[in-house]
Ligand binder design. Structure first.
Ligand SMILES: NC(=O)c1ccc[n+]([C@@H]2O[C@H](COP(=O)([O-])OP(=O)(O)OC[C@H]3O[C@@H](n4cnc5c(N)ncnc54)[C@H](O)[C@@H]3O)[C@@H](O)[C@H]2O)c1
Length: 248
């Protein structure tokens, strides 16, 4: 079950953190993985580590917010590994992202949240969706956040707007491509272990119903399932991967 042998996956923003974990888990299930990141050296380090542990991967550095860079980057990845069967839209934290209430955020700063969290998803999906539909198989999986599902008083309104927009896009995409063998689903993540110190992690972990923060491998397991043949009847869904923090 959930064997990805012979499949090719492209994971965006996979040079560290959650995306790197997703790439590792997909490779461990047999997929060849194109590791995207804005930073070439990060992407290469993750791809090399997958190769060193017996998997198949290549680095695919490009900026997901730049449509021509996305097209060229996807072409390079396809030349290296083959046509993309599964796209994981994971890139989503703008460099230097801080917390700021909407009233305190200048309009000039809005675009970077929506560009990355919504347009990045659109550009990458556009680059692979025709091929998926023509071949009769595809998996588009977008990594969103609880901030895209519920209101939070912590200064993430613009981030949440981008994340929520992507959730809505995925639902509509699912309706349009369902008969072509392509599914489109979203994972809405909760509080992840971002390698903070014990003093900052403990109260966060205590606020999560299962009593701990999430790991990249928790997310990777859910992505591997959604990418598999066995998940072909699941589409248009938003699955909380959050230790029970937001229920549905
Ligand atoms: N970490 C959390 O607590 C948390 C919680 C909820 C949701 N998420 C979501 O999970 C995903 C991964 O988060 P993370 O914490 O691993 O992030 P991270 O910042 O640790 O890593 C993101 C990677 O994406 C890359 N990136 C940024 N902009 C890019 C672009 N334009 N093109 C290509 N690559 C780009 C960065 O260089 C970085 O290596 C994001 O979508 C984020 O919104 C994270």
């Amino acid at each position: 079950m959930f064997d990805l042998t012979g499949r090719v996956a492209l994971v965006t923003g996979a040079g560290q953190g959650v995306g790197a974990g997703i790439a590792r888990v997909l490779a461990s299930r047999g997929a060849a993985v194109a590791v995207n990141d804005l930073h070439e050296e990060r992407a290469a380090a993750v791809a090399d580590a997958i190769g060193a542990s017996g998997g198949r991967a290549c680095a695919a550095a490009f900026d997901v917010t730049d449509p021509s860079a996305v097209r060229a980057g996807v072409e390079r990845a396809v030349a290296a590994l083959g046509a993309v069967d599964a796209l994981v839209n994971n890139a989503g934290v703008p460099p230097g992202m801080g917390l700021a209430r909407f009233r305190d955020m200048p309009p000039a700063e809005w675009a970077r949240y929506v560009d990355l969290n919504l347009y990045g998803v659109l550009h990458c999906t556009r680059a692979v969706i025709d091929g998926m539909c023509e071949r009769g198989f595809g998996r588009v999986i977008t990594i969103s956040s609880g901030a895209g599902q519920v209101g939070l008083p912590i200064g993430v309104a613009l981030y949440g707007a981008g994340k929520g927009g992507a959730i809505s896009f995925m639902r509509h995409l699912a309706m349009e491509v369902g008969r072509d063998g392509v599914t489109a689903n979203t994972l809405a993540l909760g509080l992840m272990d971002n390698a903070g110190d014990e003093a900052s992690v403990a109260p966060l972990a205590a606020s999560v119903p299962v009593g701990r923060l999430g790991t990249p491998e928790d997310v990777g397991a859910a992505v591997a399932f959604l990418a598999s043949n066995e998940a072909g009847w699941i589409t248009g869904q938003t699955l909380g991967v959050n230790g029970g923090s937001v229920t549905s």
